[in-house]
Design a protein around this ligand. Structure first.
Ligand code: ZN
Length: 312
């Protein structure tokens, strides 16, 4: 059969075909969009469930963290309690010992019995090194508060070994009388105190050899015989202290009160710490001063000879 196309407008046929095609395309597109939408809704739901699950585990993690923090705070609190009670015990013993010693000194006019006993502690004149630190359990039997007027931060209580306090007081009084206002930045530091300070030192000194240097200084503070001193106008431990008149005064006079600079400039042993003064007794400090030597340069055997007269 032959179709007679003559009456048919070819343009109309073409238009109709295009319209049909467009309709089909629209339908397919709509179906595709609809399935896409459904998939999106489903996906969204899955995502929402995932988010909810994540939120739950996040909350659990947060709760765990909060618990851990609370536990930690509790432990820290306990530690602080222990540290505080140790401090107050040391302080009480110190006051008692100090008053007994005063009485004995008054009666006999000579060095007290308790004073002699304290001389048996060989740590008081021990040299600390890379391999020899003061035991972390070491605590001086008795310490006393340093008068807050000598503290660089009056709100912070500084303590020192009971037998050393009179020497320190005399030195600070005499310095003040000569126009040098010396302030104690740090004195006795327990092992626990030091652990806290160490973080700060790491930042200041870095690592390696310097880190060791800082550790070495800690032992002397833990002994209770060492003070970090600065002039009244500064609070930061810096080698700039070297150029002050207060440092000059200490260099010329501290030995008279039994204090020596543990780590002088250009020493082969340790970094220079112009603020760090250790009590070694007047006899040893004077001999070191006269010989132009420093403590760590001397042999431990020679140093030990001075132990018996450390508080004379
Ligand atoms: Zn120091």
């Amino acid at each position: 059969m032959k179709i007679d196309w003559s009456g048919v407008n070819k343009k109309n046929v073409l238009r109709g075909s295009i319209a049909g095609l467009v309709a089909i395309l629209l339908a397919v597109g709509f179906a595709y969009a609809w399935s896409g939408y459904r998939a999106l809704v489903y996906e969204n739901q899955v995502t929402r469930e995932g988010v909810e699950a994540l939120q739950v585990s996040l909350k659990e993690a947060r709760d765990k963290l909060a618990n851990a923090r609370a536990e930690n705070a509790h432990l820290t609190g306990q530690n602080e309690d222990l540290s505080t009670s140790l401090r107050s015990e040391q302080q009480k013993t110190g006051e008692l010992q100090y008053s007994i010693q005063q009485q004995i000194n008054q009666i006999s006019g000579t060095v007290g019995v308790l004073d002699k006993l304290s001389k048996t502690d060989s740590e008081l004149l021990a040299k600390y090194s890379k391999v020899y630190f003061l035991n972390e359990n070491y605590a001086p039997p008795s310490v006393l508060n340093i008068d807050s007027k000598y503290s660089s931060d009056p709100k912070k209580t500084q303590q020192i070994l009971v037998q050393v306090l009179p020497f320190l007081n005399r030195m600070l009084q005499d310095a003040s009388a000569q126009g040098m206002e010396l302030k104690v930045v740090s004195a006795y530091r327990s092992f626990a105190d030091q652990a806290a300070v160490k973080t700060g030192y790491k930042i200041t000194y870095g690592s390696g050899a310097n880190r060791f240097s800082a550790d070495q200084g800690y032992s002397e503070h833990q002994l209770g015989t060492t003070v970090d001193l600065l002039n009244a106008s500064s609070t930061v431990l810096t080698t700039k202290f070297e150029s002050t008149s207060a440092y000059k005064w200490l260099n010329e006079n501290a030995y008279k009160y039994g204090f020596v600079l543990s780590y002088p400039k250009n020493n082969s042993y340790y970094i220079f710490e112009p603020w760090h003064w250790r009590f070694v007794g007047v006899a040893l400090a004077t001999d070191l001063h006269n010989q132009g030597k420093y403590f760590y340069e001397m042999s431990q055997r020679d140093i030990d000879n001075y132990l018996v007269k450390i508080f004379d």
